[in-house]
Design a protein around this ligand. Structure first.
Ligand code: NAD
Ligand code: TYD
Length: 368
């Protein structure tokens, strides 16, 4: 008999990738998505799962512990994979409340529901997997060793602090009540279905539309990039063989400076446009469609307050214990990502609706 998963935030970037990955890889399993469809959630990202009898979408809020409890019972869920969150650092700087509400109170509501259902009476086999971020560890200096699972928490943004708080609650529900939890802390993801407020899709779409690419500060901040499907594979490994109560760092050993990343994207798009007249026709405002270079769009803008300088993950534990190996290099992953955004213009045009535009306008002016 297969597992019965509840995936919170399954209409978001990583959640949707995870649902599609899981349905493909686990034909026996049922996958129920619980998602509030905030600005970041898109049912369209789950189109490939719609109609599959093993899949169900439920629109609902993780903060509603009673509804979650009823869903866990009705669907006889044994595995909860918790992605739902407010996830964008810049938004957390402008409006931290939603981050505390969803990431802290929402995670706690899920934990309460899971405890009520899974630990009542003699209890029953279950797993609560919490998806977290490397940002809880704070910022590294240029020659500091990468984050391990033992690195002390030092979150710097309201987003990172809210995720850190949720990690602690998950740990406490294991230590205090015996809830069967695992946690993974992953580095920056990229790939299909990422909302175009995050650096890679934002820069990519701006290049296609010939709009300025904002690079914060000096652009020398370092992020450790992992292709989203490799993150999903890492979570799968933890669900299959991870030790209960343990935390696993997931990363790609791909440290790249923001400016180098943006320049690489520019070169990639220049080459794609030069080779393909159809692309030049579709995106006439792209500099390369007019014989120019996308790098001309790069603009240094004011730095993000409290901007973490460097993240880097030591993935040694998940590699040793669970045999985790990322399949995509940055080079192959970014090509796949560019291909996906070029082939799915309808998806990104649809998600770049009013709320996104209004928010960007307050950040960068009406050009957004
Ligand atoms: P996302 O913002 O793309 O998606 C979040 C999803 O959660 C959306 O579908 C949204 O509708 C849903 N959601 C938000 N509030 C909700 C609520 N109250 N109830 C139910 N659903 C709600 O986020 P993402 O980038 O896919 O990140 C998913 C998870 O992975 C987050 O927990 C994030 O902290 C973590 N993470 C992200 C990255 C990254 O690079 N994106 C890296 C490491 C960890
Ligand atoms: P982001 O994608 O927001 O992820 P995170 O803040 O979680 O790492 O940003 C990645 C890096 O890119 C981060 O150092 C901030 C920087 N950045 C820019 O320089 N310009 C932008 O427009 C954005 C969105 C991010």
């Amino acid at each position: 008999m297969g597992r019965r998963l509840l995936v919170t935030g399954g209409a978001g970037f990583i959640g949707a990738n995870f649902v599609l990955y899981w349905l493909k890889r686990h034909p026996e399993d049922r996958v129920v998505v619980l998602d509030a469809l905030t600005y970041a959630g898109n049912r369209a990202s789950l189109a490939a799962a719609e109609g599959d009898p093993r899949f169900r979408f439920v629109k609902g809020d993780i903060r509603d512990a009673e509804a979650v409890e009823a869903l866990l019972r009705a669907e006889r869920i044994d595995t909860l994979v918790h992605f739902a969150a407010e996830s964008h650092v810049d938004r957390s700087i402008h409006g931290p409340d939603a981050f505390i509400d969803t990431n802290v109170h929402g995670t706690h509501a899920l934990l309460k529901a899971a405890r009520a259902v899974w630990l009542a009476g003699d209890g029953r086999p279950h797993r609560f997997h919490h998806v977290s971020t490397d940002e809880v560890y704070g910022s590294l200096g240029p020659s500091d060793p990468p984050f391990t699972e033992g690195t002390p928490y030092a979150p710097n943004s309201p987003y990172a602090a809210s995720k850190a708080a949720s990690d602690h609650l998950v740990r406490a529900y294991h230590r205090t009540y015996g809830l069967q939890v695992t946690t993974s802390n992953c580095s920056n993801n990229y790939g299909p279905f990422q909302f175009p407020e995050k650096l890679i899709p934002l820069a990519l779409i701006r290049i296609l539309e010939g709009r300025e690419i904002p690079v914060y500060g000096d652009g020398r901040q370092v992020r450790d990039w992992l292709y989203v499907e490799d993150h999903c594979r890492g979570i799968e490994g933890v669900l299959d063989a991870g030790r209960v109560g343990e935390t696993y760092n997931i990363g790609g050993r791909n440290e790249i400076r923001n400016l180098d990343l943006v320049r690489a994207l520019c070169r990639l798009l220049d080459a794609r446009m030069a080779a393909d007249p159809e692309l030049r026709r579709r995106f006439p405002a792209c500099p390369a469609a007019r014989g120019g270079s996308a790098a001309s769009l790069i603009r240094f803008v004011a730095d993000r307050p409290g901007h973490d300088r460097r993240y880097a993950i030591d993935a040694g534990k998940i590699e040793r214990e669970l045999g985790f190996v990322p399949r995509q290099s940055f080079d192959s992953g970014i090509r796949r990502t560019v291909d996906w955004y070029l082939a799915n213009e309808r998806w990104w045009r649809a998600v770049m609706d009013g709320s996104y535009r209004n928010w960007l306008a307050t950040q960068y002016g009406t050009d957004s």
